[in-house]
Design a protein around this ligand. Structure first.
Ligand code: ZN
Length: 235
């Protein structure tokens, strides 16, 4: 299957060819919308050729201009029920843990600019439940996991798994872990589940370059031992 990747401000969005149209995985931050339409035009894709938009999870760098894309393309949204309240609120879940001390400092700085980095226009459009495997005829399969957030949707296409931020590569990643970790134990469990998905050889993360699934076992061992830090100090 043909995959086009747009990378803006360290955020990846993917377009999967359906033959008779395209399926978009995630958007970027809301301020990246203009670049998105330019990228689309440069690839000679018209807005109405986007038939589906898959949302991996509710964060502002993935759902940033989702409401606008749905409106301008007429595409159907595929998003897990567990994200419904969060995307309707248009705000990141801030009750989370952070992978390391440097990333905690970075996250606290980004939280200080809460309006631009943690919020996005609310999405109340009806969504297709990925559990129904609505794109199985195209060879696209869904699995709902958790750990990065309470509800992380991963998308399998043959040997490739699009994992949202459940795994992260490149800047800010620590042994494949994302900066924000809702629940480390669930994250490790989800990674073990990913290893059991037959055929998957390559992971396409929401941030950073694709990588081999063979990097997962040592990362799992590391994160079984490693602790995390709360984003906000609790009383
Ligand atoms: Zn995220």
């Amino acid at each position: 299957m043909k995959v086009i990747t747009f990378t803006e401000q360290h955020v990846n969005t993917f377009l999967l060819s359906l033959g008779n149209g395209w399926c978009l995985i995630d958007t970027g931050y809301k301020q990246q919308e203009k670049r998105f339409w330019e990228n689309l035009k440069n690839n000679r894709i018209y807005p109405d050729q986007i038939k589906y938009v898959i949302l991996t999870h509710h964060h502002a760098d993935h759902a940033g201009f989702l409401a606008s894309v749905l409106q301008k393309t007429g595409a159907k949204l595929i998003s897990a029920e567990g994200n419904r309240m969060r995307i309707a609120a248009g705000k990141n879940d801030m009750e989370t843990f952070i992978s390391s001390f440097p990333n905690l400092i970075l996250s606290k700085l980004s939280v200080a600019f809460v309006g631009t980095t943690q919020c996005f226009p609310p999405v109340t459009a009806p969504a297709i439940d990925p559990k129904e495997q609505p794109l199985k005829d195209y060879g696209i399969f869904f699995k709902i996991l958790k750990g990065h957030t309470e509800c992380d949707l991963v998308v399998q296409v043959g040997e490739v798994l699009f994992c949202g931020d459940l795994l992260m590569n490149g800047a800010g990643a620590l042994k494949l872990a994302p900066m924000w970790i809702k629940n480390k134990f669930e994250m490790v469990k989800s990674w073990e589940k990913i290893l059991k998905i037959t055929n998957v050889k390559t992971i396409y993360p929401g941030h950073g370059k694709p990588f081999s699934v063979s990097l997962l076992p040592p990362a799992i061992e590391y994160w079984k031992q490693k602790g995390v830090l709360p984003l906000s100090s609790r009383k």
